[in-house]
Design a protein around this ligand. Sequence first.
Ligand code: 2AM
Ligand code: CA
Ligand code: CA
Ligand code: CA
Length: 260
Amino acid sequence: MQDLKYVKIDRQVCQWLREAREIVLSELNSQLTVETKSGRKDLVTNVDKQVEQFLTNKIKTQYPESHILGEEGFGDKVDENTDGIIWIVDPIDGTMNFVKQRNNFAIMIGVYKDQEPILGYIMNVVTGELLHGGPLTGIKLNQAEISNIENQGLSEGLIGLSGPLLVHNEYNMQTIGDSALGMRIYGSAGLEIMAVIKGELVGYISYLRPWDFGAGKILAECCGLSFTMVDGQPLNMLSSGVVLIATKRAHSDILTIVSQ
Ligand code: 2AM
Ligand code: CA
Ligand code: CA
Ligand code: CA
């Protein structure tokens, strides 16, 4: 059953994301201001900041009672208290790709109410693909219903991995990769989660923070995928750590290898 209130909110957030996409596309060939955060591989640009400001302004104007957790700090301070409505915003997911490739990055929003999943958004900025919706609206890729995701095992598909986990062989990552038909490293958690939902990957494993998975968790769980920490433990919306998103069969295959 669709809840019309959320269908309306969904329509509005999709419109904001299309506007945010236009902002980014208009800057795609401009010189960027790039700063480092924790180290030389951790970047933020003027466009990351501009998109986060744009989205937080829209959310605050339309839904003033909301709290916003934004990666670049334009939202609110959200600590242990996750009651009420929380919007989790990642203005550019895959900033390194944005800077070096001007391609292969996403804008993401996740909306939770009293810790329950409400709506999730992953927008592939360059292609315009927008995965959106939640348990009360259904999930769509632009206007199209998502088709059933085949419950393939690890050996039947491609696995998305983060580079550092693979290089350091954490959690037996090299055996996990070798057990699949192949490994892929896209460099955007949002696009990798979208690829699992589209059936292009059987799973994805990476160290993630709340803005990296806030949207994807809502979308993936609605599509029947498993979304846990890499040891199978549940995660909450403020968790940080190594996260495993996969079909039910690939999830079980991976947990077996992790525990070996
Ligand atoms: P970002 O571009 O929004 O920072 C790159 O492999 C993926 O991991 C991207 O989705 C990136 O998001 C995220 N990422 C990069 N550095 C990270 C870090 N130190 N901790 C958690 N996620 C990170
Ligand atoms: Ca970042
Ligand atoms: Ca991110
Ligand atoms: Ca980001």
